[in-house]
Design a protein around this ligand. Sequence first.
Ligand SMILES: N[C@@H](CCC(=O)N[C@@H](CS)C(=O)NCC(=O)O)C(=O)O
Length: 82
Amino acid sequence: MKLALHYYAACPFCQMVLRRLPELNIDVELRDVLSQPTFAQEQRQATGRSTVPCLRMESDDGTVSWMYESMDILQHLQKLAS
Ligand SMILES: N[C@@H](CCC(=O)N[C@@H](CS)C(=O)NCC(=O)O)C(=O)O
């Protein structure tokens, strides 16, 4: 499973997730959608939304799914980390 967090720095909901990442010790690629618009474009094409934070999850068979809501993302990452 490959994980990537779509975020931008000024977003407080993103900061909530970002702040917790070090303690979770889980490998999450950080994708700043403002400095890397192709990531924003991919997200919008896949989900029809551009809200951040958004967690991109790519399973080993290449299937990609997306998760919104900072609290849901945190809970999910906590589950994966434990
Ligand atoms: N309830 C959401 C709120 C997320 C949210 O409002 N994100 C803002 C940035 S701080 C956003 O992406 N707004 C633009 C949009 O929704 O298209 C969460 O907790 O993740």
